[in-house]
Design a protein around this ligand. Structure first.
Ligand code: ADP
Length: 362
């Protein structure tokens, strides 16, 4: 089978900055060089990788396409990487598009009719696909056919167009926004978790080597600790620190160089950047620590709700700096402490009571 990648325009393509926004897919050559190509090169996400290796082996033995797979998780954790790896492992064609690019049924049609046997269609941000397009691809996913309506009114008739058997891989940062019928049509659902520090340190070390840069072990761990559990951020931090080392020193990344470079970008010891701290500051200083709705927070910060929901909040939630309550977002004692602030007494009391209750059941 032929091997090729066809990538449609990404809606964020105009959006380049030196430190990429966490949702912006960096598509430059260096980023592509750092992307693992085979399953054996993928670091972490062991159980996901293991299940995919089973799916791959079965597809190879039966000479069938892979099942439809849905990846979900915050940006930069490897959804596109896994799709690329699966395409490389099978040596099949990969077509890449995204939900916002598939505005009308006719936008998706060429991807369906051009799909060859066993190929992969990767739909990024699949939750942003309009309902009409979503419904249009149900029969594709079930029976490899599209139903096209010809004519209008009384003379309208539907023809069924058979398609080649291929695989749809969907990626989403908001699995909750996916309709149940669409979710159910994926045979495998894989949730990607934030990476732990040892895995990120391995990614940094391997990628420094790919970039032909020397990095000391303690510097690699420092970068890993300050990358918010996200390989894409680890890569972005590495590239910045590498530039800093070249400009200000002899090119070698040591711990003091890494620390100075990250301080210059205002990335703190926990890996939080300006945007994370602004979120916490707004929640605490403007909204008295919450609870407050994400819309109010986004309006005050002059950011899109999606940016907070998809990029900022998942890691703050994971670090327990904030909690989601039915009445909105709330800062925790740890969130206050991160800004060097003392939480008001009621928060401390609630958290201590919760801790006591937990101990009772331990
Ligand atoms: P997503 O599609 O989830 O937004 P990507 O797959 O584009 O994220 O990952 C961003 C970058 O992070 C990749 O280019 C790759 O260099 C790195 N990366 C992601 N997952 C892994 C992994 N498991 N092992 C090594 N590097 C990874």
């Amino acid at each position: 089978m032929r091997e090729k990648i066809i990538q449609g325009p990404h809606p964020d393509d105009d959006d380049h900055e030196s430190e990429p926004s966490r949702s912006t897919k960096p598509t430059d050559a260096v980023e592509e060089k750092l992307r693992p190509q085979r399953l054996s090169e993928v670091i972490g996400q062991r159980s996901v990788a293991e299940r995919l290796s089973i799916a791959l082996a079965a597809a190879r033995k039966r000479n069938e396409p892979l099942p439809h797979i849905l990846f979900d998780g915050p940006p930069g954790l490897g959804k596109t990487t896994f799709a690329t790896v699966l395409h490389n492992e099978l040596g099949v064609e990969l077509n890449i598009t995204s939900g916002p690019a598939l505005d009308k049924k006719m936008d998706v049609m060429p991807y369906l009719t051009n799909a060859v046997e066993g190929s992969i269609l990767f739909i990024d941000e699949i939750h942003r696909m309009p309902k009409t397009v979503e419904e249009f691809i149900y029969p594709v996913m079930e029976d490899f056919r599209v139903d096209v309506v010809l004519g209008e009114g009384m003379s309208a008739r539907t023809i069924n167009l058979p398609l080649k058997k291929f695989t749809i891989i969907g990626a989403t940062t908001r699995s909750g926004m996916l309709s149940a019928p669409l979710r159910d049509r994926f045979h495998m659902h894989e949730h990607l978790e934030f990476y732990d520090v040892p895995d990120l340190a391995r990614i940094v070390t391997i990628n420094a080597e790919k970039l032909k840069t020397t990095i000391t072990e303690d510097a690699a761990w420092e970068l890993a600790r300050r990358s918010r559990g996200t390989p894409r951020l680890a890569n972005a931090r590495l590239r910045w620190v590498r530039d800093f080392a070249t400009a200000r020193a002899d090119g070698q990344i040591t711990l003091p160089i890494a620390q100075a470079a990250l301080a210059m970008q205002e990335i703190d010891a926990e890996g939080m950047d300006k945007q994370d701290r602004r979120y916490l500051e707004t929640l605490i200083r403007v909204f008295g620590g919450g609870p407050t709705g994400v819309e109010a927070l986004a309006a005050t910060m002059n950011l899109a709700v999606d940016t907070l929901d998809e990029e900022v909040e998942p890691y703050l939630l994971r670090r327990h700096y904030i909690v989601r309550t039915p009445r909105g977002r709330k800062a925790t004692a740890a969130g206050y402490a991160h800004l060097g602030m003392v939480p008001p007494a009621p928060i401390l009391e609630t958290e201590i009571t919760l801790l006591d209750q937990r101990r009772l059941f331990d």
